[in-house]
Unconditional design. Structure first.
Length: 295
């Protein structure tokens, strides 16, 4: 029973909602917002994709178990701490991944293709791509784009290129903040024993420049999306630009928490613990829904 509990914890269910909620984005920005089939298909896709991400987390923890033992938080994970044996973790993750991919194949072929690509990409990431500077951040960002594409695929919703670009840039922004906080935590004397080897190739100045670029381009791409004539025609409203202040506040709040409070290594922790940031997300989402419904 304890083994099962430790395996479930290794799937990191706490991160499922924060990261996989992007699957609901196409449905939320659809004119058929309240269509029951959209909601049911999105919920099923969310559940199946969460299990796939969980299996990938287990594989990653197995590969990184020796490095994680030197991390103040990661060393407490079931595999790194030795509470969950490697053979059981391998077998459980492999069985889970195969089962869910089979279910995805029968559910929706396009969804299956995206899930398979995500799984292969992240296994390659765990094996060696995370050791390649800049590519490591881009792979993480691509994972969030795939989540949005999943939401579009299961509901057969055509996605605006701008929403995919915005998602990619936002994920780049979050990943760079995460790298910055990790670098600060391990500098300077402990950098040689850092759990993420790419930190040896990064430096604060370079990351700060990339964060500045990601911040600006994220805001600009969101502006391009809300001001796009195609989007305004599709949603029958030109007032989506009302949501821009919430996007800017959210990004600036995240920067404040990262630079002034030393947070940002775990985006999910900020969402769960910082009330102004969480309220801003809720208000942004509520305003979007209101503008679409009132159009």
């Amino acid at each position: 029973m304890r083994t099962l509990l430790y395996f479930l914890l290794s799937l990191r269910p706490k991160q499922w909602l924060v990261k996989n909620i992007f699957i609901f984005a196409p449905m939320a920005f659809s004119l058929d917002l309240w269509q029951k089939s959209y909601l049911l298909d999105s919920l099923l896709a969310f559940f199946l994709f969460s299990l796939i991400t969980g299996a990938v987390y287990v594989f990653n923890d197995i590969i990184d178990r020796h490095q994680d033992q030197h991390h103040p938080q990661k060393r407490l994970r079931p595999i790194a701490s030795g509470k969950l044996s490697v053979p059981i973790a391998w077998a459980g993750a492999a069985a889970l991944l195969a089962t869910v991919l089979l279910a995805a194949f029968f559910f929706n072929r396009a969804f299956f293709d995206l899930c398979l690509f995500y799984a292969v990409l992240n296994l390659l990431y765990s094996l060696f791509l995370k050791s390649v500077v800049i590519i490591d951040v881009m792979v993480i960002a691509l994972g969030f784009v795939l989540r949005v594409m999943v939401g579009g695929a299961v509901n057969r919703i055509a996605l605006s290129p701008w929403i995919l670009i915005t998602t990619f840039l936002l994920a780049i922004f979050l990943a760079l903040i995460k790298r910055r906080q990790e670098l600060i935590k391990w500098q300077p004397e402990n950098l040689a024993t850092a759990t993420r080897r790419t930190l040896l190739s990064y430096n604060i100045g370079m990351i700060d420049q990339m964060i500045s670029i990601a911040t600006a381009t994220t805001v600009i791409s969101y502006l391009m999306w809300v001001l796009s004539p195609d989007i305004q025609q599709k949603f029958h409203t030109q007032r989506l630009y009302y949501t821009v202040p919430f996007v800017i506040f959210g990004i600036f709040r995240y920067l404040f928490l990262s630079y002034s409070k030393g947070e940002g290594e775990s985006p999910s922790e900020i969402i769960y613990t910082d009330l102004p940031f969480t309220l801003n997300i809720i208000l942004w989402g509520g305003l979007v829904v209101y503008l679409l419904v009132a159009a």
